[in-house]
Structures are given as C-alpha cells and as structure tokens.
Design a protein around this ligand. Structure first.
Ligand SMILES: Nc1ncnc2c1ncn2[C@@H]1O[C@H](COP(=O)(O)OP(=O)(O)OP(=O)(O)O)[C@@H](O)[C@H]1O
Length: 596
C-alpha cells in the first residue's frame, strides 16, 4: 500500500473520532513535549557528572548540584504530567472513535438486506466488530502516542549527540542508520500484505476451531478424532506453515536489526577506549558517561517504532474489516413509497442468482407465480430446487436480478421496509429463540403487546402444555437451569410470535421439519390458526401438510415445472405425482417397520 493510501486510511480512521480527533492531535503534541521534557534530566545528569569530575577526588567542592537536582526533578515531573495529559487526550478520542465505529457498523447492519445475514454468521460479524474496534482503539490510545515519543526521542538524541561530542556522536549514529535500513523492509507493501495474510490464516483457524467445537457431539457419536475435521486440521497446518515461513524469512533482517539496536555499546566502548588513549580529559569522560547512560534509551525507542509499525498494520487490517461491512450496499428504500392495495403476491419473470454462485444455470429461472389474497399455496420439489430462495425474495432478503415481485400490485422495491415487514411474518425451519423469557420471545412479534395478547397467542399456537411444565411459566428463561425446548416446541413458540404479529402474509419454511409426530400434530393445529384469512406460502417436504392448499407449485432446478391443486397434479403423473407416490411408500414403510 502506498504512503498516500496509508495516510488516507489513517485520516479515515481518525475521522471516526469526530471532533474528538483534535484531542488525538493534542495528545500527540503532549507526547512530543513529554519526550523532550523527559530527556532534559539527562543533561542535568551530564552536568552533575561534569561538576563531580572537575573537582575529583574532592567531591565536596562540587558546585550547583542542588540546582541540577531540582532542574532534573522539575523536567522529569513536567514530562510525566505531559505524558498523563497526552494519554488522557488520546484515550478520550480513542474511546469516542471506538463508540462511533461500533455505532456506524451496527446501524449499517440494520439497513442491510436480511439475506446478508444468511451468508455472514452472527459470530463472525461480532468478531469483526469487536476485534476491529478494540485494535483501532488500542492503536489510537497507546501506539500513536508512543510513536510520537519514539520519533521525537531519536531526533533530540541526534541533536544532543552532536552538541556534546562530535566524534562519539558520529560513532553512535552508525547503529541508528543500520537500524533504519533493516527496519525499512518491514514497512513495505509486501510486509503489509504478509500481515494481512497472517490475519486471514489466523481467522480461518479460529472459525474452523468454532466449527470443530460445535461438531464435537457428532465427532464423539461417530467415534472420530479431531483428525476427521479435515478443514480444521488443514487450517492449523496452513497457519503453522505460514507462520514458520514468515518467521524464517524475517530471520536475517530481524537479527540484523536486534544486533544493530543493541550494538551501540559494541561500538561506543572500544571507540571510547581508543579515543581516550589519545585525548583523555574531564570533559571527554563526562561526555562518554553521558553517552553510555543515554544510548540505551534510543535503543528502546527504535524497538518501539518497530512494534508500532506492526500495530499499525493490524489496525489498518481491522479498519478494512469494518469498511468491508460499511461498504455493503444497504437495502435501497423507495423514493416514493407506495402501500400495497391488497395482499396478493405476484412473481413476474423473476431471475435470480446469489452473488457468490458460480453455476452456469440461474438459481431462479423465469419464475411466474400468482397468489390471490387469502389463498394458501405450497412450494414443493427436490432439495436445492430454489423453494426457500423464492420465498426469501418476497421480504427482500435479496432483490431480484430481473423481473418483479408485487404485493397488492406494488413492486416490493416500492414498498417501504417498514410496511413490507409489517405485512409479512415468516417462520423458518431453524427458528431463532433468544436466551430470554418465553414472554419476551413472543412479545417481540408486536410492539406494546399486552400480557393477555401474548398468552392468547401462545394458547392459539398450542403452547399451553409447554408452559405448564416450565418452572416460571411464560417468564421462564429459555436455556437456563436446564430449561431447554425441543425443536418442535421452539417451532410452536415461534408460531405464537407470528400469531401475535398477525401479519396478512405468512411464509412458512419447513415449519414442521423438526417435529416429532405429536409436535407435528400440535404445529399443524397452530398453523391452521395462524393461516386463517391470510395469504400463505408454505414450503414443506412432507406432502401431507400441503395436500389441502389452494395451489401447489412444483419447483425443480430453479424453475416452476408444474402447478395445480393436489388432485390435478397427482393425475398429471409428473414430478409431483412421483413425489406423492414416494411419500406414501415412505409412510407405509414406516408403519410396517413400527409394526415389526
Ligand atoms: N445464501 C446462499 N448463498 C449462495 N447460494 C445459496 C444460498 N442459499 C441457497 N443457495 C443455493 O441456491 C440453490 C437453491 O437453494 P434453496 O435453499 O432455495 O433450495 P430449496 O429448494 O429450498 O432446498 P431445500 O428443500 O433443501 O431447503 C441451491 O443450489 C443452494 O445451494
């Protein structure tokens, strides 16, 4: 990355602080002044050494020692005070920066199409937001502050070196020049790319570790070992190899850097002895002692510059993560929003592909559906055919590539998100319940719902038996003190939420998928409650659940291949009729095996 881009990036980062960015600048000024202040006591030390050597061995005659001590103390104190004020400024700005960055990202996430969350896990997003803001906060609060000090110190050091003793100054400058030469490649574009690669290997390994931990029950059940998790093992190996290769590639410059940074003495002491052999005097001795005390500080500062450059790379990588989220296109709100005239749904010539899909065939191909208000239709067909994708396009999880979807004769893209969401309830196969009370989990369906309304919705969703068994009834918090609900039970709670919402359009995606026979019966009862006088789109593999709907669309390979009611489709002897036969055979097989 060029210096210009880096500069822009730094300014972009700083801009998240808003007006607090001036505090960062003030903090940096304080840091520079503090670094200078903290160097002044060394001059007083030199004065003390000088004053003592002049009168040696009669040290009692040394003059001005008290005033030197007071001066050293004053500047040391001033340096510490400036340091404190500077850190206060950079911290205030960094905290503001972290808060603003989190706010911007979270607000932006709220405006993204729901489909974005299908492809980005909540854990992954949380990690990006938390990791990135923590890294940039640390950089602005500490590293930037240290960087100014680390730059000012060697500059003042150089000035002092030459003002005390030109020859010793020149000797001390050799390792500094070498340090910079060895440090230079570590600031290069390649080095930044390597750091980004390192982070991505690390992230891959972390996410595979999470998958592995999630999959431990399956591993144990099938008596497998960690080695059966190929992806995890590969991620560890790739990370290990990359880290080892990277470490080995930096072996030479790093060693050279460390040697030269610690090489001040190696040069200074023999040079001092050599020079002393010819022109030893009190002043030279005082200078020499000063250099011996002072040079290690410079070494520490050079080391700091080195680590700060790495911290900037991490902060810059973290900013990339945040900007990747912020650059995601939000759901476009209509300029002139319209209200749907009724609750019918129409797909007209819809084509759709997922962004990351690389198949030659479209995911959805020329889909045309017509669902009258208050009709119930079912989408059935082989797995992967595109049923869920069709249903997801109605609430604009994604926008269509071609064609249109209309609700009540209005294109969904012309309906405000608020209206669209108010008109649609959806219940997915993987229901998400919050780790909260059943009451709160249902209440989320309708703002300001009364307790009676919530109880009524739970009752209509056939949840009475679930609640009766819970220690605190509807106030029981799910997932605590052993209160866990089965998949089918969770589905019924989710249906209660949808009943409470009472939206005129209902989308049910495999709502009975996780249910045992008893739960399935209860869920069917809840579904008949929720779907009364509603426009309903149902996706189901169990064909018995969709037999009585007004119309069935059979979806295969992204196309609607058949449509009609159950009896006409069975008579047609097409794909549906085959699926129906298979479904009946599977039921008979189940009954037989249960009898045996
Ligand atoms: N978020 C996504 N990103 C990329 N591709 C996806 C995504 N979701 C689904 N697909 C792909 O789109 C195609 C249709 O999937 P979809 O889930 O709509 O089918 P389905 O008929 O509902 O399947 P099932 O009955 O198994 O749920 C599949 O090839 C699937 O791999």
């Amino acid at each position: 990355m060029s210096n210009n881009q880096n500069k822009n990036k730094f300014i972009r980062l700083l801009n998240y602080s808003g007006n607090y960015k001036y505090l960062t600048i003030l903090g940096m000024i304080f840091s520079g002044l503090s670094a200078i202040s903290l160097l002044v006591p060394f001059i007083y030390i030199w004065n003390v050494v000088n004053a003592l050597l002049v009168v040696a061995p009669d040290f009692a005659k040394a003059q001005n020692l008290e005033s030197y001590a007071v001066g050293a103390f004053f500047y040391a104190f001033l340096g510490i005070a400036l340091n404190f004020c500077g850190l206060m400024c950079t911290h205030l700005s960094a905290f503001k920066n972290e808060k603003n960055m989190k706010d911007a990202t979270i607000n932006h996430l709220l405006n993204l199409p729901l489909g974005y969350f299908s492809n980005h896990t909540s854990g992954g997003l949380r990690k990006v937001i938390d990791f990135s803001t923590a890294k940039t906060e640390g950089f602005l609060a500490h590293n930037l502050f240290d960087l100014v000090g680390a730059i000012v110190t060697p500059i003042v050091f150089l000035i002092l070196l030459f003002s005390f003793d030109l020859l010793l100054g020149l000797i001390c400058i050799i390792p500094i020049i070498l340090c910079f030469l060895f440090m230079y490649p570590m600031f290069s574009k390649d080095s930044q790319n390597i750091m980004a690669q390192y982070q991505s290997y690390l992230e891959k390994m972390n996410s595979e570790a999470v998958e592995y931990v999630r999959g431990i029950p399956v591993t144990k059940a099938f008596q497998q070992t960690v080695y059966s998790f190929r992806n995890f093992i590969d991620a560890i190996k790739n990370y290990g190899k990359f880290a080892a290769d990277y470490s080995l590639s930096t072996q030479l410059p790093m060693t050279a850097f460390t040697v030269s940074i610690n090489g001040f003495f190696a040069l200074l002491i023999p040079a001092g002895i050599l020079i002393a052999g010819t022109l030893v005097d009190v002043k030279f001795l005082a200078n020499f002692i000063f250099y011996v005390i002072f040079t290690p500080i410079c070494a520490v500062m050079m080391n700091k510059i080195m680590t700060i450059s790495q911290d900037w790379m991490l902060a810059s990588y973290a900013l990339d993560g945040i900007e990747a989220i912020l650059n995601e296109k939000p759901l476009a709100e209509p300029a002139n929003p319209q209200k749907p005239k009724n609750h019918s749904i129409k797909f007209e010539g819809v084509f759709f592909d997922y962004e990351e899909s690389n198949s030659e065939e479209h995911i959805l191909n020329d889909i045309n559906l017509k669902i009258n208000e208050n009709d119930s239709v079912a989408l059935v067909g082989p797995s992967g055919g595109g049923k869920t994708t069709i249903a997801s396009l109605i609430p604009r999880f994604w926008d269509v590539d071609e064609g249109s979807i209309k609700i009540g004769e209005v294109d969904v893209r012309d309906i405000s998100t608020k209206d669209l969401m108010e008109n649609i309830s959806f219940v997915f196969q993987n229901t998400r319940l919050f780790k909260d009370s059943i009451y709160n989990n249902v209440a989320i369906g309708k703002k300001g719902a009364s307790r009676e309304e919530i109880l009524n919705a739970l009752s209509l969703a056939q949840c009475d038996d679930i609640i009766d068994e819970l220690p605190d009834g509807i106030d029981t918090v799910i997932g605590t003190e052993g209160t866990y609900l089965s998949g089918g039970q969770q589905q019924r709670i989710a249906l209660a939420r949808a009943i409470l919402k009472d939206a005129p359009i209902i989308i049910l995606d495999e709502a009975t998928a996780l249910a045992d026979p008893e739960n399935e019966y209860m869920i069917q009862k809840a579904i008949s409650e929720i779907t009364k006088d509603k426009t309903v789109i149902m996706i189901a593999h169990r064909l018995s659940t969709v037999k009585n709907v007004d119309k069935i669309y059979v979806v295969e390979n992204g196309r609607v291949v058949e449509e009609g009611n159950h009896s006409t489709l069975v008579e047609n002897e097409g794909l549906y009729s085959k699926m129906w036969d298979e479904f009946n055979r599977s039921i008979q097989w189940k009954v037989k095996s249960e009898v045996i």
